[in-house]
Design a protein around this ligand. Structure first.
Ligand SMILES: [Zn+2]
Length: 72
């Protein structure tokens, strides 16, 4: 039971430890390896991106509505 050599397993473990997926946060431009909030570096940046999309859609919708009602 002491001859427990498994080349496949050991090679896999080495790969996992070596590969660190670093990417650039599109909001603050910081390099991050966060997998939870990809592609952002943190929940804060993810929230900022979400807020930007929400605000944009809201403004455009409100503007179009106001423009249409002002046509007498
Ligand atoms: Zn960020």
């Amino acid at each position: 039971m002491e001859n427990n050599e498994n080349p496949t397993f050991s090679s896999q473990e080495q790969t996992n430890a070596k590969v660190v997926k670093v990417h650039k946060c599109p909001i603050c431009g910081k390099l991050t390896d966060s997998a939870q909030y990809r592609p952002f570096c943190s929940k804060r940046c993810a929230d900022i991106d979400l807020g930007m999309w929400f605000n944009e859609g809201y403004v455009i919708e409100g503007k179009a509505q106001a423009d249409e009602e002002e046509g007498e």
